[in-house]
Design a protein around this ligand. Structure first.
Ligand code: ADE
Length: 418
């Protein structure tokens, strides 16, 4: 079996941590048990380009239990947990191509190697697999049944491909399922982003001005958790509705040109490019912390920062301190890559449980419905979303009410008013 990982010696450490995560992923465990009996993915080649974490390991093991031939590469050069890669290779015979800290060339080489296995399903986190298939490996398309996409950023890329009529196979937008973005993007990103900042810097959040750039589901989560830790939260937005929502959620709202002068900690989660740039770095206070929790490392103009600096040095693990010409220092975490996965462990397992349950069930749905699907971006079928919510509640031991016959009838009628 071919693989490319840091080493195979950390397999035991990885096993322990993957099992710990599994104990918090009860919906995925149920799916794995059913998959093991029914083998709905029998002999299907699935290429996964996902963050190589303990949670992803449990997804890969679930897909394999369902009969799939799974291979895995990283969806970010800094997010790989090397012990997890080691465990998957040594104990599960799952080919992994991922090393924490790999450079861009190796990152894309790993994606290419994964595609050499001629996958029938692509499972993406950011759409790098799909993008490479459509640009450089078009000959693979005839073999591909479909794909799934985990992130907001990836779904935006895919919708653009669909609009431009280049998308050549069906893809399920896992990100858009309610059981995904309402929990993973909000509570997962909220917690893991603060976790990454704290692990990298050990700064006190209480009393700090935290600037949250972007008020999508991830931004909402980050703002909520920063506030919970005692920060004064400033939100920057370009969307008037979201800006209004942030205001009424109790945050300061202002343009970045103003926020840049006030912030102590900056977090970008917009999905767009050059959110923090030269004009902002120029007016920042001495000693600020700057990081990104959006999918790609394009939100902070690190090139600008380098050009404006007379020197830079490593201040701590994951923290690079830039000294500007004006003498002020700016601390950048994890090179502007995902702070939660580079400096911490990503979202906790119990929230990834629902995201990856969506991934596994969409793979099954793709195979069952392959003849009916067109080359479009599809929403996750509602029955899958609702089923995952029910199973998650059940596994948490929470019961809910059911409508009475009278209530059901009322909801289906229009005659009764006051
Ligand atoms: N994305 C965010 N957190 C993650 C995790 N723990 N595993 C995989 N992908 C993630």
């Amino acid at each position: 079996m071919k693989y490319d990982i840091k080493d195979t010696k950390k397999a035991q450490e990885g096993k322990m941590r993957v099992e710990w995560a599994e104990s918090k992923m009860l919906v995925l465990r149920l799916i794995k048990e059913r998959f093991a009996k029914e083998k709905p993915l029998r002999n299907i080649k699935i290429a996964c380009c996902l963050h190589v974490t303990t949670e992803t390991a449990n997804l890969a093991i679930t897909l394999k239990a369902g009969g799939a031939q799974v291979s895995l590469c990283a969806s970010n050069p800094l997010s790989t947990q090397d012990d997890v890669a080691s465990h998957l290779v040594v104990h599960h015979n799952i080919p992994v191509f991922a090393i924490k800290g790999e450079n861009n060339t190796i990152y894309y080489q790993h994606i290419k190697t994964l595609l050499d296995q001629k996958p029938q399903i692509t499972m993406d986190d950011g759409a790098d697999l799909v993008s490479m298939v459509h640009s450089k490996r078009k000959e693979l398309i005839k073999n591909i049944i479909g794909g799934t996409e985990e992130t907001t950023t990836g779904v935006i890329r895919l919708r653009s491909m669909e609009k431009n009529k280049v998308l050549a196979y069906p893809i399920f937008a896992v990100n858009d399922a309610d059981t995904k973005h309402l929990f993973d993007n909000r509570y997962g990103t909220g917690q893991s982003t603060m976790d990454g900042i704290i692990r990298a810097t050990n700064v006190l959040i209480a009393g700090k001005n935290v600037v949250v750039c972007g008020y999508g589901w991830c931004g909402r989560g980050a703002a909520m958790r920063a506030k919970g830790l005692g920060a004064n939260v400033i939100v920057t937005e370009v969307n008037p509705l979201r800006a209004l929502e942030a205001l009424m959620d109790g945050y300061w709202v202002m343009p970045m040109a103003e926020a840049a002068k006030l912030g102590d900690i900056f977090i970008t989660l917009t999905g767009d490019i050059s959110v923090l740039r030269k004009e902002h770095f120029k007016v920042m206070k001495d000693g600020v912390i700057v990081c990104n929790s959006g999918h790609f490392n394009v939100e902070i103009d690190v090139g600008d920062l380098k050009k404006m600096s007379k020197k830079n040095r490593k201040a701590r693990s994951f923290v690079q301190e830039y000294t500007l010409q004006n003498g002020r220092k700016i601390n950048l975490i994890a090179e502007g890559r995902l702070v939660n996965l580079a400096a911490a462990e990503g979202h906790p397992a119990s929230v990834m449980d629902m995201s990856f349950a969506n991934q596994a069930l969409c793979a099954e749905f793709l195979i069952k419905n392959r003849k009916k699907l067109e080359s479009k971006v599809y929403p996750v079928p509602e029955q899958i979303d609702v089923k995952i919510a029910r199973l998650k509640l059940k596994s948490t031991g929470i019961k809910i009410d059911v409508l009475t016959a009278k209530q059901k009838k009322y909801l289906n009628s229009w005659q009764i008013g006051t």
